[in-house]
Design a protein around this ligand. Structure first.
Ligand code: PCA
Length: 326
């Protein structure tokens, strides 16, 4: 090899080494809002591992569970502004911004996992469009379990809910609190255990999962399994950050995202019953609502459905129509 060739070869070798060293340093953050052992966070950790494996460690995504990096309502903006590259958030936290984010919390519209999955299929294009307009790209959505009522006393009718200190996590749950004459206060899951322990709240709606995560049996005695809706967490990416990645890494993310969506639905379907069993094992009364309570809730649900349809207009109606045809 002559000197020139040798130099060129050395330069190339260096460039290759540099290139891989540089890409090995691609480190991304994924803020999330729920505890590390919640299925959502476990699924995100598996997603990050799949991406790391598929890219030989060149794209390292660190999941920050339990609102440790950003509080739940701040995650979306953090990803929009590039403070984090990816995020996971409860879609319906952002219903105030666009009614489409609240499609999955319209009461009694989709109450089984099968229906919820169909509703997600019907909603996805509209959610993708909205997020694209904000510089974000949808990766996957994963459900919680059906929502029921946690409370510190037995309930026969919705009238028994008057004056409860009601914890809300989004617009819909705040409205339900108002409709039953409770005092509604919005508290995200990361702060719920403390709010329960200090008596700031004595009732809320959520899944068996969040009740379990919050050790709800230490303060409340009843869970009424109303199965009112199945909300979802959405994982998304800053589109500019995604576009700046080498194509192979983009592909790794999309492949891992599709797998995470499947795995996430599976995990929640398998664990929904387990959570309710845990609540019972801890001494809680886990019961279906009485016919009167169910009827009262149905009425509130009808009112919220009407309000949502009025807000969501033709786009909302189109989503519901396509869902009903599935
Ligand atoms: N857990 C979350 C949202 C829905 C759920 O089941 C919470 O209560 O904040």
């Amino acid at each position: 090899m002559n000197r020139r060739r040798l130099l060129a070869a050395t330069a190339l070798a260096l460039a290759v080494a540099w290139g891989s060293a540089a890409s090995a340093e691609t480190k991304w953050n994924l803020p999330a809002a729920y505890p590390a052992d919640n299925p959502h966070s476990v699924n995100l950790a598996a997603f990050a591992k799949d991406v790391a494996d598929a890219t030989n460690g060149e794209l390292a995504i660190t999941v920050h569970p339990n609102a440790s990096l950003f509080k739940a309502p701040e995650i979306k903006r953090a990803v929009m502004t590039g403070q984090a590259q990816m995020g996971e958030v409860l879609l319906s936290i952002h219903e105030n911004e666009d009614p489409i984010f609240g499609a999955d919390v319209v009461p009694f519209l989709a109450t089984s996992f099968e229906q919820a999955r169909k509703l997600w299929e019907a909603t996805r294009p509209a959610v993708e469009k909205k997020l694209a307009s904000q510089g974000l790209m949808v990766l996957f959505a994963v459900p919680w379990a059906p929502q029921g009522i946690y409370v510190d006393k037995p309930l026969q009718t919705v009238d028994d809910m008057k004056g409860l200190k009601w914890r809300a996590y989004n617009v819909g749950t705040a409205k339900i609190g108002e409709a039953v004459g409770a005092q509604a206060v919005t508290i995200q899951a990361a702060e719920l255990p403390q709010a329960l322990a200090t008596g700031v709240v004595n009732s809320f709606m959520s899944s068996g999962g969040t009740g379990y995560d919050s050790k709800v049996w230490e303060t409340l005695d009843y869970f009424y399994d109303t199965q009112a809706w199945i909300p979802k967490d959405l994982t998304f990416v800053n589109k500019a950050a995604f576009d700046a990645l080498p194509e192979a890494q983009q592909k790794a993310i999309l492949t891992a995202a599709a797998a995470a969506e499947e795995r996430g639905w599976q995990m929640w379907q398998e664990k929904a019953g387990w959570y309710l069993d845990q609540l019972k094992a801890k001494g809680m009364k886990v019961e279906p609502p009485s016919p009167e309570l169910a009827a009262g809730f149905k009425k509130i649900g009808d009112q919220l459905t009407e309000e949502w349809l009025a807000k969501a207009g033709a786009d909302g109606q189109a989503v519901i129509d396509s869902y009903r045809k599935m």
